[in-house]
Design a protein around this ligand. Structure first.
Ligand code: HPA
Ligand code: ZN
Length: 335
């Protein structure tokens, strides 16, 4: 697109990317060999080489199909240095895409469940965050997500483990991700209620594969402050008006939605509808190593499908800054 240099230089924030989702097949094979992890190539030939795996990533059939690769692959992350390297590589790339501030998700349960210490994960990610701030001038926030395919009791234990970090601000907030269908948000109301009482920021994936009703539930039962994905919001006009009025941010991930077949083409996403209805949204990469696109690729894919004006793009980037959880002085510095 002729707008590419402009889109790149636009100061922007990213709010919806999973650090584990930036694990590329090449880093996966490097870590597997370094950490002596055997990939399940005999059960699934996609794990034969980085090339076969990348090829398989062009044919995801659903969120769950992708999640299978996502959880198997993160099994090669063992040491603090592995987590640090993963996050650092992402921050370097984000910087080159014009990201000034990144709020990134991670899934502690996916690691503790396989015997990795919670502290190993957080310490590694935190080191990368500190380095990004010092060496790249990219500010960062870590958001821990609960995985909805595991029992709610597991979530409560994880919350207790993370509580000191959430209260001290070492972690910026909580989110909810993984398999959506059959896992209605209301199941997590207790832990979200506790977080709210403690003044902890809350977001949740809702309306990605699941219905608009799940977005409504996440608003009423979890009292979330941001909506991750939220593409089904356009199916419920009354709810959409409420979200617009409350100026809540919807964190959209266009290439993810395309690759996981939530839509047949980018043009089906409610970008125009959101712009016309005053819904604030940001554009994000979700799992860049799996959906062959970092944040700028997502901006460009939206531009190709919708042909937005320079003014509209400036407004989108501005909304991404204003919808961030950083303080006002940082927002002013970015804008
Ligand atoms: N949706 C749900 N869970 C996830 C995703 C996603 O897009 N990426 C990583 N975990
Ligand atoms: Zn996501």
């Amino acid at each position: 697109s002729p707008l590419h240099p402009f889109l790149q230089s636009l100061p922007k924030c990213e709010h919806h990317m999973h650090l584990e989702g930036s694990l590329s097949p090449s880093l996966l094979f490097t870590l597997a060999s370094r950490n002596k992890i055997t990939l399940p190539a005999s059960a699934d030939s996609a794990f034969t080489s980085p090339e076969t795996l990348l090829d398989r990533y062009t044919r995801f059939t659903s969120l769950d199909d992708f999640l299978r690769y996502y959880y198997i692959s993160m099994g090669c992350l063992i040491y603090e240095a592995d987590f640090e390297q993963l996050a650092w590589d992402y921050f370097v790339r984000a910087k080159s895409d014009g990201v000034m501030h990144a709020e990134v998700f991670f899934d502690p349960q996916a690691h503790t469940e396989r015997g990795i210490d919670y502290e190993t994960v957080v310490n590694g990610f935190e080191k990368a965050c500190k380095r990004a701030e010092q060496e790249l001038e990219v500010t960062t926030k870590l958001i821990m997500c609960f995985v909805r395919h595991l029992p709610v009791e597991h979530t409560n234990e994880t919350y207790i483990q993370a509580e000191p970090h959430l209260v001290s601000g070492r972690l910026a907030g909580i989110g909810l991700d993984s398999s959506e269908e059959g896992h209605p948000p209301r199941k997590w109301h207790e832990v979200y209620g506790k977080a709210k009482k403690q003044g902890i920021r809350r977001t949740a994936h809702a309306g990605e594969e699941g219905p608009a009703e799940y977005i409504r539930e996440a608003l009423t039962h979890l009292d979330i402050e941001r909506i991750d994905h939220g593409i089904r919001l356009a199916d419920d006009k009354e709810l959409m008006r409420e979200v617009a009025e409350r100026k809540m941010l919807v964190t959209m991930c266009p290439l993810s939605n395309l690759k996981l077949r939530c839509v047949k083409e980018i043009g089906e996403l409610p970008i125009r509808t959101f712009l016309d209805s005053g819904v604030s949204f940001s554009i994000n990469s979700d799992d860049p190593a799996y959906f062959s696109g970092y944040i700028l690729d997502n901006y460009c894919a939206v531009q190709e499908a919708f042909g937005l004006t320079v003014q509209e793009w400036e407004n989108i980037a501005k909304a991404s800054v204003n919808g961030s959880w950083c303080d006002g002085s940082r927002k002013d510095a970015i804008l």
